[in-house]
Write a protein that binds this ligand. Sequence first.
Ligand code: SF4
Length: 417
Amino acid sequence: MARYHIETYGCTSNRGESRQIERRLRDAGHHRVDGPDEADVAILNTCTVVEKTERNMLRRAEELSEETADLVVTGCMALAQGEAFANAGVDARVVHWDEVPEAITNGECPTTTPDAKPVLDGVVGILPIARGCMSDCSYCITKFATGKIDSPPVEENVEKARALVHAGAKELRITGQDTGVYGWDRGERKLHELLGRICEIEGDFRVRVGMANPKGVHGIRDELAEVFATNEKLYDFLHAPVQSGSNDVLGDMRRQHRVEEFLEGVETFDDRLDYWTLSTDFIVGFPTETEADHRQSLALMRETRPEKINVTRFSKRPGTDAADMKGLGGTVKKERSREMSELKRELVGETYAEMVGETREDVLVIEEGTGDSVKCRDSAYRQLIVRNSSEYDLEPGEFVDLEITAHETMYAFAEPI
Ligand code: SF4
């Protein structure tokens, strides 16, 4: 869990992007603090409309990089003149706004704090079902803060879910560091049972399951695929971070799964579900990653064609075993990250291109988008944007039938039918 400080400069579009960054950081259990001096990481969302603004951004970045251990720069100046920060001697990670949450999470799992209470954010209910994990990943700093898995009983979580639905939640986001090991501390694998029970709750709502590591998924892959296949309330969406396509690197990361176990989990879902979304994560540039290991990760991405991919460039976290390993140079990491992000855009772009012309029933309107638009999610949690939404009088929380008319790389456009 990171304490973050965020500063946004420029137009409403930048402010809209910062809101989305914050929503996803909150989803992942990170906390906003009031000043850079209290923060583990500072986020600077830049503008570069005029030269004076550009100078102000560089000066502010310099100040923040001195006040905070970690600085992430995004926004227009990051996209248009990203190298200007390195040239000015500012030690910062320069990323697209959409990649800021991953950069903060740094390949680690989303964290739930002990006092984590269910949160209703618009029509979205965030339900942390457990705290901690069963792993000891060599690059992870979070485990020191959260310790081993602690799962409240199924009944307790069902009651929390019921309260969120009664409070108006139309989408329940089940979160935890590793939902796949829910119940292991009680000697049982309980995720599929919990999901089934939550889907029995009266009402029209959808359930998105948060990150589940491949090892936990592998152990209950049949039961999990079954509960997804037999419950319409459950988005057919599985987020299982594989992190690398090389078993050697997975060993050095001390990830508990092997590539084969990840693949068996994916195959089980493929056999049981016609239309679903695989979301996964790759850490690129891990210290022991060879060119051949990197090729294996690219090959795994091509083989499984995930519909959502988070790429994180490895960075050392203080106090972790991976921090003591001899790192790969910045240029190698940057080049491999560029190559992997390019493949990600190619594959995800093809996914959304194939959806054009198709129709979707009972799509949930989640939130206002930029301008006169709303963001919606279909049964596989694919993102559909309806433009000119005021014409259709669409409000967050409504279910609507849509026809997909066009696409961008990471989402598609649709119109009500
Ligand atoms: S599963 Fe690994 S990365 Fe995730 S919190 Fe546990 S030790 Fe950290």
